[in-house]
Design a protein around this ligand. Structure first.
Ligand code: RM4
Ligand code: MN
Ligand code: MN
Length: 427
């Protein structure tokens, strides 16, 4: 289905008076503080967050999966879903594919379809954490780090295939996440596993087109429960540095042990010009893949505070990272969940744009911890939702995304089109 533009306009019309009052109040306050509101709106509108092709179906756990109705059955239907999101919020203008969950059989046709929905292709993701039907060798004991060369070669070739698929779609980056590691002490030689991974990545790196990046994701545990080969940002950064200038680290918010200071990791990687990608989600215990901002919105803000500093600092050597949501939806409608996630990202980004950096630096130089906290929390506690809504509306999107999604009965129409019992490839 495609969203009816007139429906969107009519829905906005109902909310416009309340919105205008809230926006005018916020804009006047911020202008009074010396902020350039039109410039803020441009920045908010420009931030586009990629949607992964595996997040459009209902997620599950290793215990059960309770599918929802109208899930996209094909890559074409997944593109249509992201197109719907983008039509509603004008902020999800990119899609990230996981190969082989979503192999584009006819790249030119898929690219044209995406274009018709105003979408581009973000990073492509390889998958060596599952065996595919008829696969000659198993990844049970690893892929790029496997003790056996033939296994490693299989995984290297898969990554190169993924690059080729991505080239056909106009992607510019390959994301590698490895589940490689060990479940028991003594099972793996840490040093050999690292060296083998590096060698495999070097082969993949050689196959990267000139204008491509390789993004290396880290994760401390799961599915391996004793060790993972790329366990933390330091290991990812070490690999990226050894590989060369097209290699970067990727931070996934869920891939940290409890209470890790993620904002400090972001600061360090950006200082080194090595933060290439970012996966958003939220968690309470581990890699919970919950809706962005649903558990720890202040942490998200503090992370954005570092991201904005890294992006706006004229001396920064870090390219703009590839932004993607990487979450799973076990109990919510996936599309509603994604709308909420994008909104949470935009709110945290906007709040971070409000931070008075000069005053913050002065407070830091004076070791004035109380003042520094005031500055940060003043930005965090500003209700920026009218700014985010205004930016969205000016770009042709909805003032109230979830309100419109429900009012337009999007899910009911998708169920009618696709059926109640459909299952999407992915998590
Ligand atoms: C992993 C990791 C990867 C994602 C897979 C589906 O935990 O976050 O980025 O591709 O899940
Ligand atoms: Mn991820
Ligand atoms: Mn993850």
């Amino acid at each position: 289905m495609k969203l009816d533009a007139q429906h969107l306009q009519a829905h906005n019309q109902q909310a416009i008076a309340d919105h205008r009052a809230a926006f005018d109040y916020t804009a006047a306050r911020l202008t009074g503080q010396g902020l350039d509101v039109p410039q803020l709106l441009d920045k908010i509108a420009a931030l586009q967050i990629a949607i992964p092709s595996w997040a459009l179906g209902t997620g599950g756990t290793r215990f059960a999966r309770f599918s929802g109705g109208g899930e996209p059955r094909t890559l074409e239907e997944k593109i249509a879903d992201v197109g719907l999101l983008h039509a509603i919020n004008r902020s999800s203008g990119a899609i990230s594919l996981h190969i082989p969950w979503d192999i584009p059989e006819d790249a030119a046709a898929i690219r044209a379809l995406a274009q018709a929905h105003d979408l581009v292709f973000d990073a492509v993701n390889s998958n060596t954490f599952q065996d595919q039907p008829n696969q000659s060798l198993s990844y049970k004991f690893g892929s790029l780090s496997h003790s056996d060369k033939a296994h490693r070669q299989l995984a290297v070739r898969h990554n190169i295939d993924v690059i080729r698929h991505g080239e056909g779609l106009g992607s510019k980056a390959l994301t590698v996440w490895l589940s490689d590691g060990s479940c028991f002490p003594g099972q793996q030689n840490f040093r050999k596993a690292f060296q083998r991974t590096l060698e495999s990545l070097q082969e993949i790196y050689t196959a990267l087109p000139v204008d491509w990046k390789i993004l290396i994701e880290y994760k401390p545990y799961e599915p391996n429960f004793y060790s993972t080969v790329i366990q933390d940002w330091g290991t990812s950064h070490l690999l990226a540095s050894k590989l060369g200038k097209k290699a970067y680290s990727l931070v996934d918010l869920g891939h940290h042990l409890p209470n890790t200071n993620i904002e400090q990791i972001v600061a360090t990687l950006m200082m080194e010009g090595k933060l290439g990608g970012f996966h958003f989600n939220d968690s309470k215990y581990g890699d919970d893949d919950l809706t962005v901002g649903s558990i720890r919105p202040y942490q998200l803000f503090l992370i954005f505070n570092e991201l904005v500093y890294g992006m706006e600092d004229p001396a920064s050597i870090n390219p703009t990272p590839a932004w993607m949501i990487d979450a799973s939806h076990n109990v919510k409608d996936p599309l509603e969940d994604l709308l909420q996630s994008v909104e949470a990202i935009k709110i945290a980004y906007t709040q971070a744009l409000l931070v008075n950096r000069e005053e913050l630096e002065a407070a830091r130089e004076n070791n004035d911890a109380a003042r520094a906290q005031e500055i940060l929390q003043d930005a965090f506690r500003t209700d920026v939702r009218p700014l985010v809504a205004e930016a969205r509306q000016r770009s042709g999107g909805a003032l109230n995304p979830i309100g419109l999604f429900r009012h337009a009965n999007v899910r009911r129409q998708l169920v009618q089109e696709r059926g109640l019992k459909t299952i999407s490839t992915g998590l």
